[in-house]
Design a protein around this ligand. Structure first.
Ligand SMILES: Nc1ncnc2c1ncn2[C@@H]1O[C@H](COP(=O)(O)OP(=O)(O)OP(=O)(O)O)[C@@H](O)[C@H]1O
Length: 249
């Protein structure tokens, strides 16, 4: 599904502050795989995700999605496949718009310009029904501006919105880092359910080793721009949470 071959990313090449952020990564992520990436600060996790998303281009190597070479395709041209949730809950939604308007925008994200989608009752009811699955009571607040909600509520809604269109890949870049434990739990459980329901191929970057242990069916450890460990579903299922702590010494 996502095929990364011999990918390198060098920032500030040939300058005194050159950084080899990703150094020759080969990674094949299968359809419906839920890959968890862990690693110390600066090990290249976000750079790798940025290259999958198309917001950063590799210096060399290739990336293909669904058999199509997307190495030089910018992020907006990959949005038909890829949805991304960031660490900052404010980055996924528009504060001044209502919940309903945010969902409307999300639903037309990958459609052609000029196609107008009205907020009719059918759409409104669909949105309410989806939101009610979060169990946060937000289905009764859909006319409220997004800016009035908590970080956890916004992040859960961002996740729901990200699967409103026909995306196949969900990228989660420390989606719970800014949240309290209870909200973080709701967001991660929501993510897992959506990944299963929509049969998404997913990548989660996290520093939370409990989440790394509980979620996903494959885990890699990155160190200095390389993959240091790679455990498949079977190996991950026999992993103990303490083993993960040992990875970080
Ligand atoms: N735009 C950039 N310009 C220069 N250097 C960068 C840039 N983006 C990342 N880097 C550097 O590349 C290296 C890898 O960074 P990256 O953000 O991918 O690591 P990470 O594993 O996601 O770290 P963290 O866990 O702290 O988020 C770091 O040394 C970082 O400083």
């Amino acid at each position: 599904m996502i095929d990364i071959k011999k990918v390198h990313k060098i920032f500030n090449q040939d300058k005194p502050n050159q950084v080899n952020a990703v150094s020759g990564i080969d990674l094949n992520i299968k359809t419906e795989e839920f890959l968890v990436i862990v690693g110390a600060n600066g090990s290249g996790k976000t750079t790798l995700l940025d290259m999958v998303a198309g917001s950063v281009f590799p210096n060399s190597g290739t990336i293909s999605i669904d058999g199509q070479d997307v190495t030089k395709l910018p992020d907006y041209d990959r949005s038909k496949w890829i949805a991304r949730v960031f660490q900052n809950p404010l980055s996924g939604t528009a504060s001044d718009l209502s919940i309903l308007d945010n969902f409307r925008l999300a639903s037309i994200r990958t459609r052609k310009k000029g196609l107008s989608i009205g907020i009719n009752d059918t759409f409104k009811n669909q949105v309410k029904e989806k939101i009610s699955t979060l169990g946060m009571g937000l289905e009764n607040k859909i006319e409220q501006p997004m800016g009035t909600l908590s970080g956890g509520q916004r992040q859960a809604l961002t996740l729901l919105m990200s699967v409103m269109d026909s995306c196949k890949v969900l990228l989660l870049d420390e989606p719970t880092a800014a949240l309290d434990p209870r909200s973080a739990d709701i967001v991660m459980r929501t993510a897992e359910e959506l990944i299963k329901d929509y049969r998404l191929t997913s990548i989660l970057i996290t520093h939370n080793l409990k989440d790394a242990f509980n979620y996903g069916n494959r885990i890699i450890l990155m160190g200095e721009g390389k993959i240091v460990k790679d455990l498949d579903a079977q190996q991950k299922s026999t992993l103990k949470q303490t083993d993960l702590y040992d990875w970080f010494g």
